[in-house]
Ligand binder design. Structure first.
Ligand code: FPP
Length: 247
């Protein structure tokens, strides 16, 4: 499908992260169970992945299940895990056909074994693909990730493999789940909520934030394109002044 002509392919973000939100409200508006919203969110996932890959985005990260989501009713958690297994199984061939590599970040050992098995198989099957890396954040939270990184760094110091003076930002980077992935330049959140919800807190230090009122199941290719156009219109100063950036 043609990409919006207003998009400058030379100024694309390398990495776009998405907080997919609003499935529950979308279902409620239709008098249906929350799980109906999750089922209908799969199309938006497919459209977003397809659009990002066609556009030339190299990394796309989707927040699919947070550490805090384990506190939801058991019925909803089970439905989400079943949906994940089913979707990963169904979409692996499409990922391969489109040269997309699947990756996952989070406390993956806490996932049900069926989900982990499906995930690992899909990761293995797609590991040679190079067009785009699709990362699913599953049982993920930034505070969990940073805590794990601190523990690993402390262990290295204790064992004598690392001096405290040597610790810098790159040490932290290397101990995060995203170690081989550049930081996102753009973070999109749907559903009208203006918060980060424990997602990639370290990595989005300089990301541009894009919020849309659209609920996730209503999010379409044009909405993703709109977010990219908006991003391309922003001046990214990284603490400098405008004249320095334009020089
Ligand atoms: C947030 O909406 C959405 C989720 C917690 C799950 C996202 C999952 C999918 C879109 C399904 C499949 C995904 C993949 C990657 C295969 P919410 O339930 O918090 O909505 P609410 O804020 O309206 O309650």
């Amino acid at each position: 499908m043609a990409i919006d002509k207003r998009i400058d392919s030379a100024k694309l973000p390398q990495h776009v992260a998405v907080i997919m939100d609003g499935n529950g409200r979308w279902a409620k508006q239709r008098g249906r169970l929350r799980t109906f919203g999750h089922n209908n969110g799969v199309k938006a996932v497919r459209d977003t992945v397809e659009c990002a890959a066609e556009m030339g985005i190299k990394y796309l990260t989707l927040y699919a299940f947070s550490t805090e989501n384990w506190n939801r009713p058991k019925f909803e958690i089970n439905a989400l895990m079943t949906l994940l297994v089913k979707t990963i199984n169904k979409e692996t061939k499409t990922l391969t056909d489109n040269d997309i590599k699947l990756n996952a970040i989070g406390n993956l050992d806490s996932l049900p074994s069926s989900c982990l098995k499906e995930l690992n198989e899909a990761i293995e099957k797609t590991k040679g693909n190079t067009r785009m890396t699709l990362t699913l954040a599953l049982s993920y939270s930034s505070k969990w990730e940073i805590t794990e990184a601190v523990k690993a760094i402390a262990k290295n110091v204790k064992s004598g493999d690392l001096n405290v003076e040597e610790i810098d930002e790159s040490t932290v980077d290397k101990h995060l789940c995203t170690l081989n992935i550049p930081d996102p330049e753009l973070l999109i959140r749907t559903s009208g909520e203006h918060r980060i919800s424990n997602f990639l807190l370290w990595q989005i230090a300089y990301a541009e934030l894009f919020f849309t009122d659209k609920l996730w199941p209503d999010f379409e290719r044009v909405d993703f394109e709109e977010a990219i156009i908006d991003y391309q219109g922003r001046e990214r100063r990284f603490g400098k002044i405008s004249e320095q950036v334009s020089a």
